[in-house]
Design a protein around this ligand. Structure first.
Ligand code: NDP
Length: 236
């Protein structure tokens, strides 16, 4: 008799905003979701909220800027699951406040690259063995931004913009490196979403912002890899 395997997903920065909504939608589809959050209280609260709704959710403390935290999270994960089907590198920061590239604060650039680029690289590296064990083929989705598109570079938020362009390059690099292991890697511009980062004036709900990410995690053809997506369409 063939038994369905329990699908698992780890979402970084899942205690609020787009990450929390991605976790909610995947949990609704039957995934055991791992709520990655750097703040223990916020992460626990989110996991408990989902469990009370009847979903399978586990909090994993994970600060994407701290290699020790990532390794510890990997150890915690290994006590609960032996494979990872979906990794969503969602955690990110936007610190720019009206700077232009002419006066870019390099300390801010460094912090932004650490969270938005090095974080996803380290998390993906450390969870690669679990992704390779996914019976259906591992899927990694990096949450990027329209601000990372080279064909639409404005002078807005240069540190953030540079970090997301780099994340798109990281996506392609991992897609190539993971081909033999049947792991696909894509990145997504979720649009302008009403969250703490996007602000109250943004034109999208978190449900809409999570849509293409969840589609790539579950439904998109599994030959799609190394691409940058917006509203289920590939963009340059
Ligand atoms: P929020 O600011 O609402 O949430 C960001 C999440 O990332 C929080 O859970 C935050 O944790 C977490 N986080 C930040 N730094 C770290 C870290 N070092 N380790 C672990 N978690 C961390 O943002 P959004 O939900 O809007 O953004 C989610 C993603 O979507 C980001 O990558 C963002 O760049 C991208 N995006 C958002 C857009 C928008 O309009 N909102 C547009 C385009 C892209 P904590 O609560 O502890 O701060």
């Amino acid at each position: 008799m063939k038994t369905e395997h329990q699908r698992t997903a780890l979402i970084t920065g899942a205690n609020k905003g787009i990450g929390k909504e991605i976790a909610r939608q995947l949990a609704q589809q039957g995934f055991a979701v791992f709520i990655g959050a750097r703040d223990m209280a916020k992460g626990r609260e989110t996991a408990e909220e989902f469990c009370q709704q009847g979903y399978e959710a586990t909090f994993i403390q994970l600060d994407v800027t701290d290699p020790v935290s990532i390794r510890t999270a990997c150890g915690t994960f290994s006590q609960k699951a032996d494979h990872l089907d979906v990794l969503i590198n969602n955690a990110g920061i936007l610190e720019d406040h009206g700077e232009t590239i002419l006066r870019l604060n390099v300390e801010m650039l460094e912090r932004t690259l650490k969270s938005n680029v090095m974080g996803p690289i380290l998390v993906t590296q450390d969870f690669a063995d679990f992704l390779a064990k996914s019976p259906s083929g591992g899927r990694v989705i990096n949450v990027s931004s329209g601000a990372g598109a080279l064909n639409d570079m404005t002078t807005y938020a240069p540190a953030y913009s540079i970090s997301k362009t780099a994340l798109n390059a990281v996506t392609r690099q991992f897609a190539g490196a993971f081909k033999a292991q049947n792991i696909v890697v894509n990145c997504v511009d979720p649009g302008w979403v009403r969250t703490d980062m996007g602000g109250p004036g943004a034109n999208r709900t978190v449900e809409k912002g999570a849509e293409t990410i969840v589609w790539l995690a579950t439904e998109a053809p599994n030959h799609e890899t190394g691409k940058f997506w917006h509203d289920k369409q590939e963009v340059d």
